[in-house]
Write a protein that binds this ligand. Sequence first.
Ligand SMILES: C[S@@+](CC[C@H](N)C(=O)[O-])C[C@H]1O[C@@H](n2cnc3c(N)ncnc32)[C@H](O)[C@@H]1O
Length: 275
Amino acid sequence: MSTGNLDFEQFRVFLEKACGILLGENKQYLVSSRLNKLMEQQGIKSLGELVQRIQTQPRGGLREQVVDAMTTNETLWFRDTYPFEVLKNKVIPEFIKNNPGQRLRIWSAACSSGQEPYSLSMAIDEFERTNLGQLKMGAQIVATDLSGAMLNNCKTGEYDSLAIARGLSQERLQRYFDTKGPGRWAIKPPIRSRVEFRSYNLLDSYAPLGKFDIVFCRNVLIYFSAQVKKDILMRIHATLKPGGYLFLGASEALNGLPDHYQMVQCSPGIIYQAK
Ligand SMILES: C[S@@+](CC[C@H](N)C(=O)[O-])C[C@H]1O[C@@H](n2cnc3c(N)ncnc32)[C@H](O)[C@@H]1O
């Protein structure tokens, strides 16, 4: 694939506008490796031609396929462990104490292939098993992602042995999955039905999603510019109920915004409480 400097620059601008992802100036190789197959299939010879094709048909298939190919969907079950322990041991008990009679609402923003929201649903089940009847109104998890391909995976709730091997204990596999044939498992209906999947771009308004007690926005802000990241964090703050919690990825930090969030040290792990 030919990636002239001007073409690459135009592609960078397109990608950041479409989904917030900011490509480094030396990331031509990444674009080539991720788009080669798609461009071959479409008979597109250069990045310039690709940008032109997207610009003349701004909505629809090709644009979505390009964004899909450029996103990183790496994920695993119970990623980093501590967020799910903090949820069960601190955040849910606090929620029950401060919000009697309310249903817990969690947003898994950028849920990839579903491991994060389904892990949240399993963690809630684990809490309920040891605290019978305490979460009286139950919980709802709204899980969103930009990628149509990822959301289709999520909705089937089916995973192969490669995906299952990444972070899921045998005990959880036995308890929360049904076998679907050799090397294939499906999430059990009670865990699945707690999660509602929606296609959503983090650059769009969050108003239609309603208010949340907890937001997991993990391992996605690292791809955005400082300005886009700050804007998203401020808008997430507006979706959180007062005292609600934000969970970021283990390698991500919230710099600034002292008027919006208070850092809470959980040993291990840090979470952020909405002021
Ligand atoms: C690395 S995965 C993180 C998955 C999960 N949160 C975790 O921590 O394991 C990043 C996800 O962000 C999604 N994403 C990237 N840009 C997005 C945007 N502008 N709006 C919504 N989702 C986006 C990608 O499609 C991808 O599934």
